[in-house]
Ligand binder design. Sequence first.
Ligand code: PLP
Length: 388
Amino acid sequence: MKIIYADNNATTMPAPEVVDAMLPFFTEMWANPSSMHTFGGQVSKYIEKARASVATLVGASSAEIVFTSCGTESDNTAIRSALATSGGKRHLVTSSVEHPAVLNLAKHLEKEGVEVTSLGVDSEGRLDLASLENSLRPDTFLVSIMWANNETGVVFPIDQIAEICAQRKISLHVDAVQAAGKLSLDMRKTPITYLSISGHKLHSSKGAGALYVRKGTPFSPWLLGGHQERGRRGGTENVASLVGFGTASELALLNMQENAARIASLRDRLERKILDSIPYSFVHGGKTVRLPNTSNIGFEGVEGEAILLMLNECGICASSGSACASGSLDPSHVMMAMGIPFTRAHGSIRFSLSRYNTEDEIDFIAEKLPAVIRTLRELSPIKAGAAY
Ligand code: PLP
């Protein structure tokens, strides 16, 4: 059966060019990049080349990029470093729709005496900038806000948020794991202190992430060990993945605008067809600025997991809530924060596309979905539209 992959916010297919770039690091170039010999030094040069490519992707200089293993590690490193170097400040501002990599760390830090303000969002997933401004205090050590939401694709106005934080001289961490490679990010123009990104979300392999740390920012490493990453992250580098990350960053910058426009038109086609053919279906966050690739659609009166299983039977890969939340039957924290009615939040499905999707695939999904929803609604004790 042909696989139709519409779960690119969970992970992406490594681009063929990325795989080609990685392969020599399993066969010929396998030395430890920290070794003193020439062999090690040769490998090390490729890491630096990858660092330059990742830096270019976000408009940073190479020295500002710390390689990590994933987005989660980048998020944890940034927030912990900001706390460790805060000079005793212990108030963190974040939002209620962050990825668990930030949310769960914030909960953990609360137990250690950090005070956390979690900003809510409206029914479209938008943040209220006045609330953000009002939440800032003299003891706020960090604002940690995502660039784009992994479940809905809703994009936060990071330029304005960065401006607010800069005026108050408060550090800003931005989780750009979903934004990188999809939107143009430029650290020279936006006064962000820390920015997290992850290779496997932009057609590289798993096992490579990066944390941008603005030049001059005090830094406290999270992983203590050897002197790798100029003492900012101990541990032998995952060379092949980092090299792949560099290639993937170069590819993402090629035709970024054209790719985004094409992917957005596929996304809009999918939404139009679904809304036209399935009553009581709703696009979550559809009235605000979103990533070009993400569509989160609620189907009133059915269970997301059941929809996923039936789509799976047709070879369609999608997701309910975030991949990390699947396995739990609670509606996602993002849907709850948006105040989406329970009977719709439960039946919400995320389709997330990439430059490898085609119009035929979109039409196939749109063709299969109405029968899936009809069948499930016939079985469901909750009647679609009962709440309207
Ligand atoms: N932040 C966001 C917004 C994400 O979507 C994800 C992954 O889905 C992460 C952080 C964690 O990234 P990783 O899977 O590389 O740890």
